[in-house]
Write a protein that binds this ligand. Structure first.
Ligand code: ATP
Ligand code: MG
Length: 273
């Protein structure tokens, strides 16, 4: 299982989760994308713009609330709102209420484990699960990190984004210290670079930041980087993962290559909670 995370906001997490999940589904893997962000961008991209408004579906908040179980909240991802289901691709929708999770879980024992406790309900049903986190390292993200087993840091090739990785490392160290007795030992497993600029004249600062990342993280930085493209925003408007909106575009091909490099396109990527 993969967790997508980076402390800074707007760092290509949701774009990357939707693209890699689509690549895994395209390769025939049963793939789940779980949205832990109150912004609901992932749900939007997966064809469900306002999960809170639809009383026929359960959101992750309903699960936290005890109204539904995690497995009951799984719905098909769709090609656009109300469109046909995307084969092999499933969604647990986010909710605007997730912004209140900290308050909701106050006083709960081991509240960082809120999501981990429920993950066994998904065991055996999916080959790979992505969790899309909000752009901070608060309780929701900590819960997602603890529920997953691999950490994928998503960064734009800019210095600010790269610096946020240091914060992530500190959070992982704190989690490992607090929960090491449960056998938890998290590290950054993958660094995916997106929105990279290829044009030399404006690309210098990005390329410098990118080579710094590669220096610091070596082989953990997946190749290729995904280039900047207007197709990403178009796909968002169309409420579709990039790979379905523009399957032959350069960034779609790059995301497919990233998925292959991460072993997400063959059955070995099996979920072990
Ligand atoms: N390859 C790309 N080319 C052009 N724009 C991109 C690319 N990748 C991401 N973007 C844009 O960057 C912005 C942030 O991306 P995204 O929503 O995936 O980030 P995020 O980390 O999920 O943000 P948040 O912290 O708000 O959840 C979006 O407007 C998205 O369309
Ligand atoms: Mg997002």
């Amino acid at each position: 299982m993969i967790v997508a995370v980076n402390e800074s906001g707007g760092s290509i997490k949701t774009t990357t989760v939707s693209a890699l999940a689509a690549a895994a589904a395209e390769a025939g893997l049963q793939t789940l994308a779980l949205e832990a962000d109150s912004q609901r961008d992932l749900s939007h991209i997966m064809g469900c713009d306002d999960p809170d408004a639809d009383e026929n579906i359960a959101t992750l908040w309903d699960v936290v609330d005890g109204i539904a179980t995690l497995d009951e909240a799984v719905i098909p991802a769709r090609r656009g709102e109300g469109g046909p289901a995307i084969p092999n691709l499933w969604l647990i929708p986010g909710s605007r209420n997730l912004k209140d999770l900290d308050e909701k879980l106050i006083g709960t024992m081991m509240r960082e484990l809120w999501l981990r406790k429920m993950m066994p309900l998904l065991r055996g049903r999916f080959d790979v699960i992505f969790i899309d986190c909000p752009g901070d390292l608060k309780l929701t993200t900590k819960g997602a990190l603890l529920a997953g087993d691999e950490v994928m840091a998503c960064v734009k090739s800019q210095e600010k984004e790269a610096r946020a990785l240091t914060e992530l490392e500190l959070t992982l160290a704190a989690i490992n210290e607090a929960f090491g007795e449960l056998g938890i030992s998290l590290q950054v497993d993958w660094v995916v670079i997106g929105e990279a600029v290829s044009d030399k004249s404006q690309g210098k600062v990005y390329e410098d930041a990118e080579s710094q990342l590669r220096e610091a993280y070596g082989d953990l930085v997946v190749r290729p980087s995904v280039r900047r493209s207007t197709k990403v925003a178009e796909a968002y408007s169309a409420q579709m993962p990039l790979l379905l909106w523009a399957p032959n575009s350069e960034p779609a091909k790059e995301y497919r290559a990233v998925a292959a490099a991460m072993g997400l396109t063959k059955p070995a990527a099996v979920f072990t909670p």
